[in-house]
Design a protein around this ligand. Sequence first.
Ligand SMILES: Nc1ncnc2c1ncn2[C@@H]1O[C@H](COP(=O)(O)OP(=O)(O)O)[C@@H](O)[C@H]1O
Ligand SMILES: N[C@@H](CCC(=O)OP(=O)(O)O)C(=O)O
Length: 369
Amino acid sequence: MTKTIVVKIGTSSLTQPETSQLALSTIATLAETLCNLRQQGHRVILVSSGAVGVGCARLGLKERPNAIALKQAVAAVGQGRLMRIYDDLFSTLDQPIAQVLLTRSDLVERSRYLNAYNTFHELLALGVIPVVNENDTVVVDELNFGDNDTLSALVASLVEADWLFILTDVDKLYSADPRSVPDAQPISLVANLQELTELQVKTGSKGSQWGTGGMATKISAARIAVAAGVRTVITQGRFPRNIEKIIQGEPLGTHFQPQPEPTSARKRWIAYGLVPTGKLYLDTGAIAAISEAGKSLLPAGIKSVIGEFEAQEAVQLCDNQGTEIARGLVNYSSEELQKIRGCHSREIFTILGYVSAETVVHRDNLVLT
Ligand SMILES: Nc1ncnc2c1ncn2[C@@H]1O[C@H](COP(=O)(O)OP(=O)(O)O)[C@@H](O)[C@H]1O
Ligand SMILES: N[C@@H](CCC(=O)OP(=O)(O)O)C(=O)O
């Protein structure tokens, strides 16, 4: 049966750690593997990092730059080089590819989100393998994906993929970073998100020299993908042929089982496409109402309002400690909410002189995170 398969490869697998030169044999095997999957009738998307790493190698820079303008310039050099290599390899195998560079703002606006969805579907229907990266050269800090693990999960969610493979330089997820904790325990299966929280995996703060997010961003990517019903696997990038073996049932890597009832496409857009612009701190009654009883959020349950936002923007709904429990589209601006927080809905008219809505966040626009 035709499956939609998203494969993300990180800089640590695309380049050789000692020299930061391209790992050509890995990239060639990856191209062969993805072509095999196409020939079996599957729809394939490649999310490839490497623009900054390859750009650095091309320009003789020994470290990943921190200065934004330099990083953006280096990415412009590396992205072209990377695509040239992919196109040479895939063309040899008679497989058309396309470059798709995304920024976070492409997913924030609903019409652009739907446009990206349509473009992916058209490319896949044409039998093309889209090669996706963040548009590092133009992206601004407030609206970036930050890392390609998150980008790959958002793409997998957008196209409603069956599989997301996150290829990296370790063979699976461990209870802690196996580089610094030699007796870290391997984890082969994560059955649900609750189990993931209970495992309390330690990830350290960053990845390898050229990677960006380390394991933390792979875990949060897995959360986004499984909520969208995508089976997610973290496995070693040096052996791309393992992708086919895994699809055939070999127990390699770490598998995250998809949620049986995926969150709807619109709610996924609210939860992960949009960038929240404020925070609402809720009382315990409101937290129970939205998280246990599936109710809408009313002004009475809001203790405080942080940030400045307009009506219809996305905000985080938090408990006392500031931990996010849900996200939603608000019916009132921050200025209005400062006036009506803690009040009964019937008082809204007296306070504001009008009623835009009875609820602050309607349950149809609210997603538990
Ligand atoms: N719990 C963990 N299990 C496995 N690897 C971990 C863990 N915590 C941190 N890591 C580190 O994450 C690194 C992979 O992340 P990163 O360098 O960002 O890779 P990529 O370039 O593939 O995105 C590994 O080399 C490993 O040292
Ligand atoms: N967009 C960046 C990739 C950022 C990133 O997430 O890198 P990695 O941790 O290697 O997957 C680039 O192409 O260099």
